[in-house]
Design a protein around this ligand. Structure first.
Ligand SMILES: [Zn+2]
Length: 250
């Protein structure tokens, strides 16, 4: 044991802060990359859904158009019947027959009016659907624009950070090796407990830089003395003074 190199608390804390700063850089890169692919995937799903909606509206318009054509056919048939009955009425033998034919003509004329009303309503429906369709198409165009820019943003981030990430990974490996093993174990454990990955934080404005819990002056002075490793009693993070923290640049 005597040959093992003993580090001072200050050295231990310094190498820990160094590691934290490198790990935080790597976390940043991961976050940058981690959100964009999800956003891109979400947008792709959304656009697919919008296209399905567009197709549905188009099919609905086709359906209504078909209905209009059917009603137009019905009008033609009814008008042909009216003509036929009018011709028949020229050769009626008695009043009763005349009345019966007239009734038929009236029925067919009513049929025409009804079909015309249906066509008018259907045309209004198509006009409404056409507006919805236009809006849907515009929305798709807009989303596709956003998707394209997100995709290129992601590609840029990947390209821009690849070098940096490789460099930080190398640095982190070296920094990790320099940290006292027991301290490293606690550091890793604390890091996994917090989403922002901060395990070592400076005291800032008289408070823990991780949870903002107030640190009493007595404790702050102990932290500055670097006699032992101090932790925040609220969040358990390792505390260092601002000066030590600021002195370490990566
Ligand atoms: Zn805290």
């Amino acid at each position: 044991m005597a040959t093992v190199k003993e580090f001072s608390v200050e050295e231990k804390l310094s190498s820990l802060v160094n590691l934290q700063k490198i790990d935080s850089k790597l976390d940043e890169i991961r976050i940058l990359k981690g959100e964009l692919p999800m956003e891109v995937a979400d947008l792709e799903d959304e656009i697919q859904g919008l296209y399905a909606r567009q197709t549905r509206i188009e099919e609905e318009i086709n359906g209504v158009t078909e209905f209009i054509n059917q009603r137009k056919e019905a009008i033609k048939e009814a008008e042909a019947l009216v003509k036929k009955y009018e011709k028949q009425s020229e050769n009626v033998k008695n009043n009763r027959e005349f009345e019966a034919i007239n009734k038929e003509i009236e029925m067919q004329q009513l049929e025409v009016k009804l079909a015309e009303k249906h066509i008018k309503d259907a045309n209004e429906e198509i006009a409404e659907k056409a507006i919805t369709l236009e809006k849907a198409k515009k929305n798709i165009g807009m989303k596709e624009g956003v998707l394209a820019s997100k995709k290129s943003e992601l590609e840029k981030i990947i390209a821009a950070n690849e070098q940096e990430e490789t460099q930080y990974l190398k640095q982190a490996e070296a920094a990790r090796a320099a940290v006292d093993p027991r301290l490293l174990a606690s550091y890793e454990k604390i890091r996994t407990n917090y989403r922002n990955g901060l395990a070592v934080v400076p005291v800032e404005r008289d408070a823990c830089g991780g949870c903002f819990y107030a640190i009493p002056p007595q404790k702050q002075s102990e932290i500055r003395q670097h006699k032992k490793v101090m932790v925040c009693e609220n969040c358990g993070r390792i505390l260092v003074d601002e000066e030590l923290n600021n002195n370490i640049e990566i």
